[in-house]
Design a binder for this molecule. Structure first.
Ligand SMILES: [Zn+2]
Length: 142
């Protein structure tokens, strides 16, 4: 998994509005190598997220970790490299911060979210094979 620190190494203008709100971005080859994990300024400042407005008490922005996987996944899947990085990053975060599997959600699962994000294809995968692969990966560490 390749990491870069967003605003330090990546020109600010390459980050869309949405990406600036997420704490980590996983690129698809456009604006970074395929599967590259870019850490945004909100991560190292430990700043709250701004991606999931409208949740009670702003809970999902205050305590959630927003990960943006670049692409439109309504009719195609993320690249294999993006999925590999996503699994590694999520496994690391779940392990480090003791995040239970039930708290791994798509953007549209957040209360009052008016979005199709993360797209039909990725959403199905997220709650299916992604989670089962993660379980295997997490079990292997113990
Ligand atoms: Zn989203």
């Amino acid at each position: 998994m390749e990491f870069v620190y967003g605003p330090r190494d990546v020109p600010e203008e390459r980050w869309s509005t949405t990406k600036q709100w997420a704490k980590a971005v996983i690129t698809n080859g456009d604006g970074g190598s395929d599967g590259q994990v870019q850490i945004g300024s909100r991560w190292w400042k430990q700043k709250w997220g701004a991606h999931t407005g409208g949740t009670p008490d702003n809970e999902y922005n205050e305590y959630g970790i927003g990960i943006c996987v670049v692409g439109n996944f309504m009719d195609h899947n993320p690249t294999p490299e993006q999925l590999k990085s996503a699994r590694e990053l999520v496994a690391y975060l779940m392990e480090t911060y003791k995040i239970p599997m039930r708290n791994l959600i798509g953007h549209k699962d957040a209360p009052n979210a008016l979005t199709e994000c993360c797209g039909r294809m990725f959403y199905r995968y997220l709650h299916g094979r992604f989670k089962s692969q993660l379980r295997t990966q997490l079990a292997a560490v113990h």
